[in-house]
Ligand binder design. Structure first.
Ligand SMILES: [Zn+2]
Length: 118
């Protein structure tokens, strides 16, 4: 682990990206001590290594978000179906419909987004 040259605390790699205000910033090493202002530029090897890692983590987060959305949409679709069924739908019908939509969604996601099949 890289150490801060000012206070000796561990440094944390911050991958480049877009700030909340919409400004682009380059990757940097920042001190884990919030009161310490020390930072340094990473070498191009470090950027190659750590940015890829950061991007992979971000992709995983996006996949989780997508799954949450698919689950939410599937639940909504099954509720809409139940409404059309004039309130006769049981808890089991709701669940079966939701699972059906979720499965459809995930199959589509894996086929079209992950594997990019035609
Ligand atoms: Zn420091």
């Amino acid at each position: 682990m890289k150490k801060c040259k000012d206070c000796g605390e561990d440094l944390k790699y911050i991958a480049g990206g877009i700030s909340k205000k919409g400004n682009r910033y380059e990757a940097f090493w920042g001190c884990k001590d919030k009161d310490c202002k020390y930072s340094e530029e990473p070498t191009s090897e470090e950027v190659k290594k750590y940015d890829l890692e950061a991007r992979m983590n971000k992709m995983e987060e996006e996949q989780i978000r997508f799954k949450e959305m698919a689950w939410f949409n599937a639940t909504n679709a099954s509720v809409e179906m139940a409404k059309a069924d004039m309130g006769n739908a049981t808890r089991d019908t709701l669940k079966a419909n939701r699972d059906f939509f979720y499965k459809e969604h995930m199959e589509w996601f894996i086929k079209d987004i992950i594997n990019e099949e035609d």
